[in-house]
Design a protein. Structure first.
Length: 631
């Protein structure tokens, strides 16, 4: 079990508080073995379920405080107190001293909860990078129920759990439920750097920290390069502080980030145990690059080759380990690396996630910037020549004219909506996908509203930095960190992300966009920074990552193919998607023509398995309302 859960309610005392907090704690999952600490009375409850290295608690007559994760105090007074009597005590004293402002003194990948019984107040937060998760519900004014997982929140008797059609729609759009939504209408999720607080009978949600980007002005490149190297080295050192180095391992895909982490692990720890996934499928096997890094840094390297049968073994567990539907197929290599590491005696894994979102490595950054460069063409030339010619009927069949017309259309689409062209639903008409009843009251813009708010919620006006800011939430916090974190939990190991150390982020935010990716060369600054440290073959390789040849395997008639087909067949009865669309999704001919149908089949099977675990077997109060899903 991992995480925090609890409630505060002075409006209506609850009976059997110990049973309630016990039920909520049970909803925190069954992953890492950990200690369970609970405290409850008729007005409040608080529980922490955590591995001993990630747990701190403090309770007195006024303040209850818990910390989950790896806190890092930025004030020496509280840091000293944390060393002496624990971070939860430091948090309690800081909360007494300055209330919510104590969050400015606390960093590191951790979540916290404080309940002030005297003031009838509570404060709950997650970390600045969103490594931790937190869901919450406010069933009545002044009442707050919270938990690291939706399952914990719905364990409270005042919280119902109705499946949200909007969240289902968004999931089919992007195969993850982006914060602040959850799969349940009654719950919300905190985004990275956010808090939820109850005080004076009112619940408020706000942001206590965000990235301070520097978009313009002078910058010393050599100084920034050295600062980047130092910050990453220190980030790895902090991640393994207090750990038995013989029980630390690292993911190694052979890419820039995992190779850097593995190299610094050897440098600062004196030993580096690395694990990589291989596939016997052309175009997917990255083991030669991983070996290249392992040889450079003399790591103790282990390779794990995954087969379709391994995917089949893992998939039934996905619906249980995730408290919300989650459809990232690369969770398969994440799990099997962690599983092998656990079998080899590893207790802590280091992952390289975050480098692309800090140092400009995702292809859509350059794609969007190229589209934006249309504005550099003189306005008269655009309006008097290019656009009139591109609009001439029939000329769209001419290659250059078609390209120009597409460029113009994309440029006229504002950011970040322009980025949504990557979404799978954009290739089909909505009315041909969903049951009509499912769309009642649903915002068809889906995730666009969330993306727009996150994209613009930054101090920078630079397009690249706004995209980086957006991806810190939707690519990392909502997706990749959930993928790796839950798979490590399932495997029974802890995980840390040195790339997401706050000092690394602070340095990256000071790199001007034209220095980070000059002339639209992805990761150029980072590559030059680590030239000589990383092998040239890795510096120059095409970006890949821990991808899985799932499409290839699903097109093969075998047990995995049949299992996915059966899952989608069961999903037909949910009344969410139209039978004709599901026929296309499961058609072998359609899948061969358009691989997105195979991807859709896999992700819908994840949704079906989640619903079997969390809806079909749930108590009555946790089922969808009658007609809610178009039944």
């Amino acid at each position: 079990m991992v995480g925090i859960t609890g409630w505060i309610d002075f409006s209506q005392p609850i009976g059997g508080p110990d049973d309630v907090i016990g039920s909520m704690a049970a909803g925190l999952g069954n992953g890492l073995d950990g200690d369970i600490v609970t405290r409850a009375n008729v007005n409040a409850g608080l529980a922490l379920c955590a591995h001993k290295k990630m747990a701190s608690t403090y309770f007195d007559d006024r303040i209850w405080a818990v910390v989950h994760g790896y806190p890092r105090w930025k004030d020496e007074r509280y840091a000293a107190l944390a060393r002496d009597v624990g971070s939860a005590r430091a948090l309690a004293d800081g909360y007494r001293d300055m209330g919510r402002e104590i969050l400015q003194k606390l960093g590191g990948p951790c979540s916290i909860a404080v309940i002030d019984l005297t003031e009838r107040a509570a404060l709950v937060t997650i970390d600045r990078m969103g490594v931790e998760t937190m869901c919450y519900a406010t069933p009545r004014p002044g009442v707050l129920v919270f938990g690291s997982r939706t399952d914990a929140v719905r364990g409270h008797p005042s919280v119902t759990a109705t499946i949200s059609p909007q969240a289902l729609y968004n999931y089919v759009q992007s195969f993850v439920v982006l914060a602040p939504l959850t799969i349940f209408k009654e719950q919300r999720k905190l985004q990275r750097g956010q808090y939820v607080e109850v005080r004076n009978g009112k619940a408020d949600v706000g942001t206590y920290w965000d990235v301070a980007y520097k978009a313009h002005g002078p910058a010393d490149e050599a100084q920034l390069m050295q600062a980047t190297r130092d910050a990453l080295r220190d980030g790895v050192a902090r991640a393994i502080e207090g750990e038995d180095i013989g029980k630390v391992g690292a993911y190694l895909s052979g890419g820039l980030d995992s190779s850097t982490v593995s190299g610094f692990l050897k440098e600062v720890g004196g030993r580096s145990r690395t694990f990589t996934i291989g596939f016997n499928v052309e175009g997917f096997d990255e083991t030669p690059f991983a070996r290249m890094a392992a040889e450079r840094f003399q790591t103790e390297h282990t390779e794990v080759f995954v087969k379709p049968s391994d995917v089949l073994d893992l998939i039934p567990h996905i619906g249980e380990i995730y408290d919300e539907p989650f459809g990232n197929a690369s969770l398969v290599p994440a799990f099997y690396c962690a599983k092998k590491a656990k079998e080899s005696g590893v207790e802590l894994m280091l992952a390289g996630d975050g480098g692309d979102e800090l140092f400009g490595g995702n292809k859509h950054y350059t794609d969007m910037l190229r589209i934006e460069s249309y504005a550099n063409i003189p306005a008269p030339l655009r309006s008097l020549l290019i656009e009139p010619v591109a609009a001439i009927p029939g000329l769209n069949r001419v290659g250059p004219v078609h390209k120009a017309r597409r460029w113009i259309e994309q440029y006229r689409t504002p950011m970040p909506e322009r980025m949504r062209d990557r979404g799978e639903l954009d290739h089909w008409q909505i009315e041909n996908i969903f049951e009509p009843d499912m769309l009642d009251g649903v915002n068809l813009a889906g995730d666009a509203t969330i993306m727009d708010e996150t994209y613009h919620a930054t101090n920078s006006s630079a397009m690249l930095q706004r995209m980086l800011h957006l991806d810190l939430q939707i690519v990392l916090a909502d997706n990749d960190l959930r993928k790796v974190g839950r798979m490590c939990e399932l495997a029974g190991v802890r995980v840390r992300y040195p790339m997401l150390d706050e000092e690394v982020l602070e340095v990256s935010a000071q790199i001007p966009p034209n220095m980070m990716i000059p002339d639209l060369r992805l990761r150029d600054f980072y590559k030059r920074t680590f030239t000589g440290f990383l092998p040239d073959g890795i510096i120059n390789k095409k970006k890949h990552g821990f991808f899985i040849p799932v499409i290839t395997w699903l097109l093969e008639k075998g047990e995995l193919h049949d299992y996915i087909q059966d899952c989608v067949g069961s999903f037909r009865n949910r009344g969410i998607l139209l039978p004709g669309f599901l026929d296309d999704v499961t058609s072998h001919e359609k899948q061969a023509e358009n691989h997105e149908f195979s991807a859709m089949a896999l992700d819908l099977s994840f949704l079906e398995l989640w619903m079997q675990k969390h809806v079909d077997r749930a108590p009555a109060k946790m089922r969808p309302a009658a007609g809610e899903l178009g039944r």
